[in-house]
Design a protein around this ligand. Structure first.
Ligand code: M6P
Ligand code: ZN
Length: 187
């Protein structure tokens, strides 16, 4: 029996009939960046990231492991690097694994009491996202940041908490370099 899904280890491209694609443009990221005026000034169709996903079971249904490749473009909104929305898991005790394919960036991890830390992402780096930990990725490089994520199918996404309270820190360019800056903005 041959698998109908293929993951190109060089490019991260997932292909095959069950693979779905979703795209996140600047226009669909209202509320995620620090500088809303800078976000609004963009061409709203600008692509920030796309996700190719293989989910053998629908979200929330147990019994499978899912995987997805995220292609996060390089760029800045004001002084803040392009990022993924970030989320907690609806089933809080579920963990996730990220494997970097190419590019460079930071994985931002935040516990429920807002303790926020980062792990550098570079080709081949493997990152375990523990339970009860919000996770977001920022692209600090000049090429797309490509990474593959794995999580149990029953996990589910909670975006609301991040929309309401943000992360405890943001990844900003300061004097030409990435810096993790505490964000007390909207708790
Ligand atoms: C990773 C995984 C996915 C997630 C994607 C984009 O691939 O964590 O579950 O959908 O990143 O991140 P977000 O959903 O937070 O925008
Ligand atoms: Zn997740």
């Amino acid at each position: 029996m041959t698998s109908t899904v293929h993951l190109d280890p060089q490019t991260g491209i997932l292909s095959g009939e069950p693979v779905t694609e979703s795209r996140r443009t600047i226009g669909r990221l209202t509320g995620y960046f620090r500088d809303e005026a800078a976000r609004a000034a963009f061409d709203q169709d600008t692509l920030v990231y796309r996700v190719l996903a293989y989910e053998p079971r629908p979200e929330g249904v147990p019994g499978a492991v899912c995987c997805a490749t995220t292609f996060l473009e390089p760029g800045l909104v004001g002084d803040e690097y392009f990022l993924t929305r970030g989320h907690f898991h609806a089933r809080e005790d579920r963990a996730e694994l990220e494997v970097t394919v190419s590019g460079e960036g930071l994985l931002v991890l935040m516990t429920e009491d807002r303790q926020t830390r980062v792990e550098p992402m570079r080709p081949g780096s493997v990152h375990h996202v523990p339970p009860r930990t919000a996770h977001r990725v920022a692209n600090t490089g000049s090429t797309p940041l490509v990474f593959v994520s794995y999580w149990p199918s029953e996990t589910g996404h909670d975006y609301q908490t991040v929309v309401a309270h943000g992360f405890g820190a943001r990844v900003r360019r300061v004097d030409g370099h990435p810096r993790v800056v505490e964000d007390v903005g909207h708790r």
